[in-house]
Design a protein around this ligand. Structure first.
Ligand SMILES: *Cc1c(COP(=O)(O)O)cnc(C)c1O
Length: 375
């Protein structure tokens, strides 16, 4: 009994000691000033009338409400989301027009009207239903110009040309399409899509036109038209094949929980997927795939401890990541130090490359467990 009590006592004491030095949780910092700067960079670069901001998927994982409010303050007066639910949530944040890429499923038209949402109509069925359910209410037409994913097909475009009555009574505010290869400026599909879009646009000469996602804003002005629809560039992802013209927006840090030394030939983590080639010092950090840090970053990604790069070694666990800190000064990885996984040196594009994916996936997977700080 006495022993149990004592060991509990010790455990308790150790717990208290641990609690004092216990670092905070992993932290995601979203710099709204940089977001605003990115909006201004795009607005300056864009030759058309205005820049509408795409805040689908919770503003690419960064939080639609704070992001949209900040962009609204910056002068953005038109937002796009992907789904009706996202639009209804955003309606509680901004009073501006909101475009919804998916367009209404049958029966949803009234919801669009009630929340003053602008549907993107992607086929003749959606067009007919919108005319019947919301006569005179503004809408957006999207054409498939070669991406073959969404939008009014070539076949249906011809039907609209043959029978102008199909568009009668429809208040088309915007005519749009989406580019498949805008990040490759000399891709032959770009020119084909441009030509196709110009043809489609002629169907609704009074409507404004929109073709440009982030990457397209950095193509020739011929691709710009009236309204741009950038998403990724606002959030710091490089929309060009060259040097990133955007500011980083996201910082991701997690605390070092433990440090240990291992011998050459010993392994780290599940599956013993990393073997020490020399006596090594390993720091374990409180971040894992449950936080949305992609498992493919195991043995590939990099973290920074202060100024010092430390490679991720071994597989990524649900809640933990292991770093090789052998070459780092001891002060850099004392338990409680924050290891940085996204910063101005190691950007979302760098992490994406090392995880075998794109920045969009890195951002939209960011988990709910972080302490979120809006700076
Ligand atoms: C997501 C999306 C955008 C924004 O694209 P980015 O590459 O993030 O700039 C624009 N238009 C449509 C139709 C989209 O689905």
């Amino acid at each position: 009994m006495k022993e149990v009590f004592l060991s509990r006592f010790h455990w308790h004491k150790r717990f208290i000691f641990f609690a004092i030095i216990m670092p905070g949780p992993a932290r995601l910092t979203i710099n709204l000033a940089s977001l605003a700067k990115n909006y201004r960079i795009l607005a300056e670069r864009f030759s058309g009338q205005s820049v509408a901001c795409v805040v689908k998927a919770d503003a690419y994982g960064l939080g639609a409400a704070p992001v949209a409010s900040r962009l609204r303050t910056e002068g953005c007066s038109f937002f796009f989301v992907a789904t009706l639910d996202e639009a209804i949530e955003l309606r509680g944040v901004v009073e501006t027009p909101i475009g919804v890429f998916a367009g209404p499923f049958p029966g949803e038209e009234k919801e669009y009207v009630n929340h003053r949402l602008m549907p993107v109509l992607n086929d003749l069925g959606q067009i007919t239903r919108w005319k019947n359910a919301a006569p005179g209410a503004a809408c957006i037409l999207q054409a498939d110009t070669g991406m073959h994913r969404m939008g009014i097909s070539l076949n249906e475009q011809q039907k609209l040309r043959d029978d102008p009555a199909l568009l009668e009574g429809l208040a088309v505010f915007l005519s749009m399409s989406h580019m498949a290869c805008a990040d490759t400026s000399d891709h032959p599909l770009n020119g084909q899509q441009l030509k196709q879009f110009q043809r489609f646009r002629a169907l609704t000469p009074d409507a404004r036109a929109s073709l440009a996602n982030s990457a397209t804003v950095f193509l020739d002005k011929a691709y710009h038209f009236d309204i741009a629809r950038p998403g990724c560039a606002l959030y710091g992802i490089n929309p060009t094949p060259g040097t990133n013209p955007m500011q980083p927006v996201v910082w991701l840090e997690a605390p070092v929980l433990a440090v240990r030394d291992i011998d050459a030939g010993e392994s780290v983590g599940y599956g013993a997927a990393w073997l020490a080639q020399r006596p090594s010092r390993i720091a374990t950090v409180a971040l894992g795939y449950a936080d949305g840090f992609l498992r493919s970053g195991g043995n590939n990604a990099l973290a920074y401890l202060g100024e010092n790069p430390a490679p991720v070694v071994g597989r990524i666990s649900m809640d933990l990541i292991t770093l090789d800190v052998t070459d780092l000064p001891e002060s850099a990885y004392a338990p409680g130090s924050m290891a940085s996984f996204l910063n101005e040196r190691y950007t979302v594009d760098d992490l994406a490359r090392d995880c075998g994916t794109i920045g969009y996936e890195i951002l939209t997977r960011l988990g709910r467990r972080f302490e979120r700080v809006y700076a």
